[in-house]
Design a protein around this ligand. Structure first.
Ligand SMILES: Cc1cc2nc3c(=O)[nH]c(=O)nc-3n(C[C@H](O)[C@H](O)[C@H](O)COP(=O)(O)OP(=O)(O)OC[C@H]3O[C@@H](n4cnc5c(N)ncnc54)[C@H](O)[C@@H]3O)c2cc1C
Length: 422
């Protein structure tokens, strides 16, 4: 987006404005338009980039305001077309320099290593250029439960046979990428009557306009809603000590993510097993950092997970079918559908309607020194490599019994204290 916006303004100032001048529009209008373009170029690039991090928003805005005033003064002083060309050239070049500061599309390809097994920074590519950033004290890897193991493996830290298979010299052998855990959500959907849901609203232009107007004038309505309106915790069987299921309920239904909603009113009751016993893995498929790693969550690969999946479908049916509050809307299950009844059929149905709820964790597991499956220690330091920490969801030894974002923020808070104390 930023690049497109920049391109538009660049073209505007370099090509359009001189033409306007040649064709005799008033000098003031030309200079003013150029000035606005200059400022947008100047401000757009740094505001989203490292300038704000480095100097703080106030200083960036102050510099932007000075640039704006300067551009107006200079623009207004232009007398000849050649001065105009020169001016736009300088403006364009300044904007390009500003854009160069924005770390857009950075792909971290590996950490690089100096002598004695110490991580000293990262290697990355930006705009096709190979670059590196040196760390004075430590390198912190926070690329998430998929990205962090990928980067470590590309850097030679991981399972030996996997690295050798891709021709990567083994720096340190660790079970990086193993222990992947995720919450599998079973998206059960029920058709309803006598009530509107987002399904019908999103298929009707008048309803969409109404939603937009409601948001614009009252700041209420569907456009202000979070993705799920109901969250609930439950037990798949009463013997569980604490709830092991989480519900996310939404007034919309889709065959799968990315396709339009069904054309009839319906809701989705998504239920997930909060304590899966299945363990999967993330493994590189190539030494090329641009190649996606293979992600194998191994959902439903254990008998315990299959039993919870079947029980959670039964429980959801019970809640929906026996709820007095839902009775007026005559809910009818169509995903997976009432034809799935036996234990085996329910497990098969779970495989069909199950999908990630985007909570991958565990691939750089934290553990004690005597834990052979651990990748980082209790201080989040990568075992066997100095100056390298992983601070993200990948360090969770076991997935949390609830959503993962807040726990990841807690890991980050704790991690920042560990880094400061080091
Ligand atoms: C669609 C979706 C919906 C979610 N909804 C919820 C929710 O409602 N509630 C909740 O609690 N949790 C939710 N989660 C989960 C939550 O977002 C994650 O648990 C959390 O963001 C994990 O944080 P992280 O820092 O480990 O990884 P991330 O937030 O994934 O951050 C990793 C960052 O590293 C970058 N990166 C990775 N590899 C590289 C590389 N090679 N080079 C450069 N950069 C790289 C990525 O682009 C990303 O910006 C959702 C996740 C998704 C995807």
């Amino acid at each position: 987006m930023l690049a497109v916006a920049y391109g538009l303004f660049f073209s505007f100032s370099v090509f359009l404005v001189p033409l306007v001048a040649e064709f005799g529009w008033s000098r003031g209008l030309t200079a003013g338009a150029m000035s606005v373009s200059t400022v947008v170029q100047g401000i757009l690039a740094p505001v989203t980039g490292v300038f704000v991090d480095r100097f703080g928003p106030r200083r960036v805005i102050l510099v932007g305001a000075v640039l704006l005033s300067g551009a107006f003064v200079l623009g207004a002083a232009i007398e000849t077309p050649w001065q105009l060309y020169l001016y736009t050239g300088v403006v364009g070049a300044t904007g390009l320099v500003g854009l160069g500061w924005v770390p857009m599309g950075v792909l971290v390809s590996r950490w690089f290593r100096e002598r004695r097994g110490r991580a000293t920074g990262i290697a990355y590519t930006q705009g096709g250029k190979a670059l590196h950033a040196a760390a004075r004290r430590e390198t912190i890897l926070s690329a998430g439960a998929i990205g962090s193991p990928q980067i470590l493996q590309l850097s030679g830290i991981g399972p030996g046979p996997l690295l050798q298979q891709h021709g990567i010299p083994v720096v340190h052998e660790l079970p990086v990428g193993e222990n992947l855990q995720d919450h599998l959500q079973l998206r059960m959907a029920f058709r309803v009557t006598g009530v509107q849901t987002l399904n019908t609203m999103l298929h009707s232009w008048p309803a969409k306009v109404k939603m937009a107007l409601e948001y614009a004038f009252r700041r209420t309505g569907p456009l202000t809603m979070p993705p799920s309106q109901i969250g609930a915790f439950a037990k798949s069987d009463p013997a569980q000590a604490t709830p092991n299921l989480e519900y996310h309920v939404q007034p919309i239904s889709l065959d799968r993510f990315g396709v339009p909603p069904h054309p009839f009113p319906a809701f989705t009751a998504s239920v997930c097993n909060l304590r899966p016993t299945a363990r999967g893995h993330v493994r590189i498929t190539s030494a090329d950092p641009r190649a996606y790693p293979a992600i194998a969550p191994n959902y439903l690969s254990t008998a315990a997970d299959r039993a919870v999946a079947a029980a959670s479908i039964r429980l959801t049916r019970r809640i929906v079918n026996e709820s007095a509050a839902l009775r007026p809307y005559r809910p009818e299950e169509f995903m997976p559908g009432p034809q799935f009844q036996s234990e085996d059929e329910l497990v098969q149905a779970a495989g069909q309607i199950g999908t990630t709820i985007f909570h991958p964790v565990g691939t750089c597991k934290m553990g004690r020194d005597d834990d052979a499956t651990a990748v980082v220690d209790a201080q989040l330091r990568v075992r066997g490599i100095a100056g390298l920490r992983v601070i993200d969801a990948s360090v969770m030894p076991t997935i949390t019994s609830g959503n993962t974002n807040a726990p990841t923020i807690m890991i980050a808070e704790r991690g920042s204290r560990l880094v400061r104390a080091a």
